[in-house]
Design a protein around this ligand. Structure first.
Ligand code: SAH
Ligand code: SF4
Length: 352
């Protein structure tokens, strides 16, 4: 929803100021799916709004619900014709996390990532980013009743957490991502707490430092995936610009400014980064940063996007976790949600 356009509309139609708050509440807090549902407004005004404005900056092409009801994926067609995707995941009953995109495609070219294979198309505007959350609010509200009577344990229709882990690299579109965070945390608009938002980066060092100063309360996740420069270079071109040493320095500076926990993401690739030696290198890297109590390792199942890479088995993943524990590093194995609807980064939009 374009807020400036809404303000302009109210001005052009000589509407009193209190209307703005009323309309914003209906759209952002209540999740109405059309202006027609804002019954506190006159019928004429509602019709005029329907004709002159749009609630969302895209059309919904497809919504796929996984059989277990724990993940829902939407393919969205922007007015430019580009496709993006957003995923809603329920890690536990009653809790919804929305995974949102910030670019069409991505320039970083990580070899295991479907979005990376698409290349970079364009940045999303702040409105296109925040509208993904608006869409999920509307979707959950509309489907709440039918879900309640089904096997899905849906107890509320509010998105609880937001993660910038869809398509795109947030620090390559920082201006719009920063603006979107401001809109999402604006109490008069979405009203999310900073701590319920997480930004994930492939490891752009100056972006990490910028996050610390601009949004010290927003969670940071770093897609580390490899603890040797030789391997990281091979799979993540970002490492040629910002290698592990740069990342280490950036994280040290981050912890000088904020003492929020940082999540280190590590996708488990069979025979590539899941050996005892990899675990040792990873532990060494973590200790070299310092503040180990603020670093949390997430071991993530790789969703296959390429024939030459395979996910590590459950056993190998467990062994890797034990190896880390030998070095006194704790890690969480992240359940892979929504593989059947191809809920991993960029997999659906890339097919169309
Ligand atoms: N560009 C940012 C955020 C989007 S990617 C980043 O790279 O962090 C979100 C997460 O999905 C990253 O940790 C990324 O490495 C991971 N990812 C990409 N492709 C994946 C795949 N095929 N299986 C599992 N995780 C994947
Ligand atoms: Fe881009 Fe992230 Fe995919 Fe790498 S993993 S290509 S940075 S979206």
């Amino acid at each position: 929803m374009d807020i400036e356009k809404l303000q302009q509309f109210l001005q052009d139609n000589n509407l009193p100021k209190f209307r703005l708050g009323q309309i914003q509440k209906a759209i952002f807090a209540d999740g109405v799916s059309s202006f027609g549902e804002i019954t506190t407004l006159s019928k004429d005004l509602r019709e005029k709004m329907e004709n002159e404005m749009r609630l969302l900056s895209f059309d919904v092409e497809k919504v796929l619900v996984a059989n277990d009801g724990q993940s829902i994926k939407a393919l969205l067609k922007l007015h430019s014709g580009d496709l993006i995707e957003t995923v809603l995941i329920s890690p536990k009953p009653g809790v919804w996390s929305a995974c949102i995109s910030c670019q069409v495609g991505c320039a970083m070219g990580c070899r295991f990532c479907a979005t990376g294979k698409m290349g970079f198309k364009r940045d999303l505007t702040a409105e296109e980013i925040t509208d993904q959350i608006l869409f999920w609010r509307q979707y959950l509200k509309k489907n709440f009743k039918s879900f309640q009577n089904s096997k899905f344990e849906i107890q509320n229709y509010n998105v609880g957490n937001i993660v910038y882990m869809g398509m795109g690299e947030p620090f390559n579109n920082w201006e719009n991502v920063a603006e979107s965070i401001k809109v999402l945390t604006d109490e008069k608009l979405f009203g999310f707490g900073s701590r319920s938002i997480s930004v994930s980066t492939s490891g752009i060092a100056d972006g990490i430092e910028r996050m610390a100063t601009e949004f010290p309360q927003v969670n940071l996740a770093i897609s580390l995936h490899f603890a040797s420069d030789e391997k990281r270079d091979r799979f993540m071109p970002v490492n040629k610009k910002d290698n592990l040493e740069n990342l280490r320095q950036a994280l040290k500076k981050y912890f000088q400014i904020t003492t929020r926990k940082v999540f280190l993401e590590y996708i488990m690739l069979d025979g590539i980064n899941d050996t005892a030696l990899d675990a040792k290198l990873l532990a060494d890297f973590i200790y070299s940063i310092g503040n180990t109590h603020l670093l949390h390792m997430n071991l993530i199942r790789y969703n296959m996007t390429s024939e030459d890479l395979k996910p590590s088995s459950k056993t190998r993943t467990q062994l890797f976790k034990q190896e880390l524990e030998k070095h006194s590093i704790n890690a969480t194995i992240r359940k892979s949600l929504g593989e059947e609807i191809e809920a991993a980064c960029g997999q659906l939009a890339g097919k169309n």
